[in-house]
Ligand binder design. Structure first.
Ligand code: AMP
Length: 579
């Protein structure tokens, strides 16, 4: 790190749907930092131990698999909504759950760097709208982190890549297919200037859809043989979906694999065993409709950049799901060239966020880099249109068009619709449809105290400012008086007030955290317990003995032996899982 001793780096955090990572620029190179287990991928999962302590990461994920009601996963999908998850009898908002993950990453970084950290750059899918970005920023505040910048995940990946390729002139397409979201970004790199030209995506498309499609396929085959629909049995279905994630990963490396799930619990109390062989071909057929959905945003991003696939010099694959051979093959077929994998696909986003953090922090190693981003959505207001003698309401009037380089600011003038109107209700929408009801409503602003005037003489200027975080600011000026009015912003679902953020921060800070140094043991046991239910026969007995061994060593408090017994257990779990 430059800046001399005592200079605190700004962290780069990839807050993912399935996994999160933290990175920092060290000696001019972005580097991912390990968690308490020495791993760089921390599952974005939260649960509570029997003793009421918060668990974040692999142990929480393993617990959530065994009992979906005990842990929360994939809550990034709920960002920007007010959906709560119940854990240990208490409700948690998506911001609070994300804050617990961010807090855990912050502590990991502090342990790795040996200093307290207060600032971070956090990435979001380019397709995240205003509400989701605000929620992400609020999550940072709840975790006690100042979010210096929110950047788009593909922009971050491009930045990590641009750092490598700053000497070249290139047109690049970044395909970022993660656990729950898909983003496509087209950009140009010219002498260290990275210009994003377009971005498109699908906020509800990712690796999990492949898991579900495969689980459905398996459930169908099972129903034909056994007459039971596993989709109707929550606990069995959760285990099947989780197992299908493993099957999917194995099919990235080999052509065939076997899926064995003993003792699947049905709601009736009965237990059934599932045992079948799956080939990659068969799985790819089950995935064909998901794969078809992946093509849509690619076409859209190229169209928005006014380019054809042959104009792209390099295709950069990021996100764990791009490891799937069918995804890479589809990209190769679409672009007529093999994709690049110069950066580890799961790390590229965090590495780029660290580069952005260093740029914000004024690190000299990255002072020649510049990055410009574009607005992922069109933003506008609801207006009324005249059709003959009829008024049509709910017509979308765009103010900032999708693809505009940000930061940006634009003003539109609107006339009032009736004489002596004293109040304006401004409804703000995000989206690409002509009718407001088909777009996402961001908020409603009431503007009071207009001077009395006939409709034809009364107008307001509405200014939209899109900042570098992709967050919108709205300002209204009465044309006749030049007065800028402060608005009352109506509460939106999922949006927190400063008082609520402070309240949530205090509540999260009051939770008891599972001690960091106990995590390796807790995680080893949780992973082994989750695997135990999948095994039968001799392997199950062998695992049971290893679990008991670690429990005994823990009770006897023999530090030297604990580490040894734990590593043996971990090795056994890995061996059985990868069989
Ligand atoms: P990310 O959000 O980028 O960490 O991506 C996580 C997603 O990538 C999850 O849905 C994983 O199942 C998926 N994934 C990771 N590794 C592989 C692999 N080797 N083959 C297929 N999918 C993978």
């Amino acid at each position: 790190m430059s800046g001399g001793p005592g200079h605190k780096p700004i962290l780069g955090i990839d807050l993912g749907t399935t996994y999160s990572l933290v990175a920092v620029l060290r000696d001019g190179r972005p580097t991912v930092l390990p968690n308490a287990l020495g791993e760089v991928l921390t599952p974005s999962a939260v649960s509570f131990t029997g003793a009421g302590e918060v668990l974040v990461g692999a142990a929480a994920k393993a617990q959530a698999v065994l009992d979906p009601t005990s842990g929360a996963v994939a809550f990034k999908r709920d960002m920007g909504t007010d959906r709560q998850r119940i854990l240990s009898g208490r409700g948690f908002t998506p911001q609070e759950l994300s804050a617990l993950v961010l807090g855990s990453l912050k502590r990991d970084a502090e342990a790795a760097l040996g200093m307290p950290i207060e600032e971070a750059v956090v990435t979001v899918p380019a397709y995240f709208g205003d509400l989701q970005r605000q929620a992400t920023r609020d999550a940072g505040a709840i975790a006690g982190l100042k979010v210096e910048r929110i950047i788009n995940e593909p922009t971050a990946a491009a930045l990590a890549y641009g750092l490598h390729e700053r000497g070249r002139e290139l047109r690049v397409a970044v395909l970022d297919l993660g656990g729950g979201t898909f983003d496509v970004t087209v950009l140009e790199i010219i002498e260290g200037v990275i210009e994003i030209q377009s971005s498109a995506g699908d906020a509800r498309l990712g690796g999990e859809d492949f898991d579900t499609a495969l689980a459905r396929h398996v459930a169908r085959a099972f129903r034909e043989k056994q007459g039971v629909n596993l989709e109707e049995h929550a606990a069995a279905w959760s285990r099947l979906r989780e197992a299908c994630e493993g099957v999917k990963r194995r099919l990235s490396a080999s052509e065939r694999t076997r899926l064995v799930l003993p003792e699947l619990p049905l709601e009736t109390g009965r237990r059934l065993t599932l045992d079948l062989e799956l080939s990659r071909d068969e799985a790819e057929q089950a995935w064909s409709s998901v794969l078809e959905r992946v093509r849509g945003p690619i076409r859209q991003a190229l169209k928005d950049a006014s380019l054809q696939s042959k104009d792209i010099d390099e295709v950069l694959l990021v996100g764990g799901s791009t490891r799937m051979p069918c995804v890479a093959a589809m990209s190769a077929e679409l672009f007529g060239r093999l994709p690049l994998r110069k950066l580890p696909p799961d790390e590229a986003v965090a590495l780029g966020a660290a580069v952005q953090g260093a740029m914000k922090g004024g690190d000299r190693a990255v002072e020649d880099l510049i990055v410009t981003d574009v607005a992922p959505f069109t933003l506008g207001v609801a207006t009324m249109a005249q059709a003959g003698r009829q008024h049509v309401t709910g017509v979308f009037s765009p103010i900032l068009e999708r693809g505009t380089v940000i930061p940006t600011s634009r003003v539109e003038r609107y006339a009032t619709s009736s004489d002596f109107q004293r109040e304006i209700r401004l409804e703000v929408y995000q989206g690409e449809h002509a009718r407001c009801e088909d777009n996402v409503k961001l908020g409603e602003y009431r503007f009071q105290g207009l001077p009395p005037a006939p409709a034809s003489e009364q107008a307001v200027d509405v200014r939209f400012t899109y900042d570098l975080n992709g967050i919108l600011e709205v300002e209204v000026t009465v044309v006749a008086t030049g007065r800028k009015e402060a608005f009352v912003i109506e509460q939106r679902p999922g949006r927190l007030t400063p008082a609520q953020i402070e309240d949530a921060r205090q509540r999260m800070a009051a939770l008891k955290l599972h001690p960091r140094d106990a995590l390796p043991n807790t995680t080893a046991l949780a992973r082994a317990d989750a695997l135990f239910v999948e095994l039968t026969g001799a392997p199950r007995e062998e695992l049971a003995a290893a679990i008991a061994g670690l429990r005994l060593a823990l009770e006897a408090q023999e530090p030297g032996r604990i580490a040894e017994v734990r590593e043996r257990l971990n090795a056994l779990v890995r061996a059985f899982r990868d069989r």
